[in-house]
Design a binder for this molecule. Structure first.
Ligand SMILES: Cc1cc2nc3c(=O)[nH]c(=O)nc-3n(C[C@H](O)[C@H](O)[C@H](O)COP(=O)(O)OP(=O)(O)OC[C@H]3O[C@@H](n4cnc5c(N)ncnc54)[C@H](O)[C@@H]3O)c2cc1C
Length: 298
């Protein structure tokens, strides 16, 4: 199909982009990678009157560690995460996630910030950002605010962002020593959205008990789901088989999937259980220093 007509604006600064968004009262949309927005325009699932293309704004394509956190700028692409040395060395869950998003052509263009801003429960980064305790920096006409990933998603394709706010960067706290994470995704075929996927990020204490746990689920509800009961259950426990099995069941209980061509609700809940157990084992191995483990596609 052919999109409905729209104006196309190419600002050279963030302030200019925010001003254009503000002038159009929710009718303007940011265009970053275009890998979700352009298909939606073509299918007429979205019909903004103005596209605000932020790709020419300089200085937004960074991935850098500073002040105890990883900063991912609005124009950092999925492929930049895949190729970032610091991501591979210290944020293995982010690397796992970037590698299972769509295919290399999509990843060359799609931005990490666009992936979260889109509010699609099938997207892979939201759960990972929740597990990591990340925040999204949103800049509007009058202020800049930091929104915890856990508070960002409100409903299907709906976030707390105001129509004239731009996610300018994602901030991921640097994991303390003895931390590890894993993202595991079951998909029908390579390039598909998840049947279900699980993000796990943990920190172990000196006795190998769980000191912190972040667990979040992809595509088993209308928003990415933080498995809070499973997270709390793990605190101060050793990650033995019994504990892992109980946490995995609590994560499955938190899922709220609906039946579609990827499977029944019961099937997807069980996929969450199995993937959570596997991701916890991989995360624990990585936290103990076994970097040879692989995650990503289940
Ligand atoms: C064939 C195909 C397969 C895919 N498979 C997967 C997959 O398996 N997993 C997955 O996670 N994703 C998948 N995607 C989606 C892809 O990762 C998207 O690109 C991503 O979700 C959106 O990023 P983008 O930069 O392309 O955003 P765009 O398409 O440019 O924008 C998406 C939405 O977010 C808004 N937006 C974009 N950037 C910002 C910003 N900085 N601040 C505020 N709002 C913003 C836009 O206005 C728009 O509403 C797939 C896409 C395709 C085409």
């Amino acid at each position: 199909m052919i999109p409905s007509s729209f104006d196309y604006v190419v600002p050279s600064t963030l302030d200019e982009a925010i001003a254009v968004l503000g002038e159009h009262d929710g009718e303007a949309k940011i265009l970053s990678g275009g890998q979700s927005l352009i298909p939606m325009l073509k299918l007429r699932l979205a019909a903004p009157t103005v596209l605000v293309d932020i790709n020419r704004i300089p200085g937004l394509d960074y991935i850098e560690e500073r002040d105890g956190a990883l900063h991912i700028g609005a124009l950092a692409r999925e492929r930049d995460l895949e190729h970032s040395a610091v991501v591979r060395a210290k944020y293995s869950i982010l690397y796992d996630t970037a590698c299972v998003i769509a295919d290399p052509l999509v990843r060359n263009t799609a931005t990490v910030c666009g992936n979260v801003a889109h509010g699609d429960p099938g997207n892979d980064h939201p759960a990972t950002m929740i597990a990591l305790g990340a925040s999204f920096v949103a800049r509007g006409p009058n202020a800049t605010r930091s929104i915890p990933a856990r508070e960002f998603f409100q409903g299907l394709f709906t976030t707390v962002l105001a129509p004239d706010e731009i996610v300018t960067e994602i901030v991921v706290p640097a994991p303390p020593a003895r931390s590890g994470g894993a993202y595991l995704k079951l998909e029908r075929k390579v390039g598909d959205f998840a049947t279900a996927a699980v993000a796990v990020q943990i920190t172990l204490d000196a006795q190998n008990r769980c000191a912190r746990a972040g667990i979040a689920l992809t595509n088993v509800g209308s928003i990415p789901i933080a498995a809070t009961a499973a997270e709390s259950f793990l605190i101060d426990k050793p990650l033995d088989d019994g504990t892992i099995a109980q946490a995995a069941q609590l994560a499955a209980d938190a899922a709220d999937p609906f039946e579609d061509r990827r499977g029944t609700a019961d099937y997807k809940r069980d996929v969450v259980r199995v993937l959570t157990a596997r991701a916890l084992r991989i995360a624990a191995a990585r936290a103990r220093g076994d970097v040879a483990t692989t995650a990503g596609r289940a």
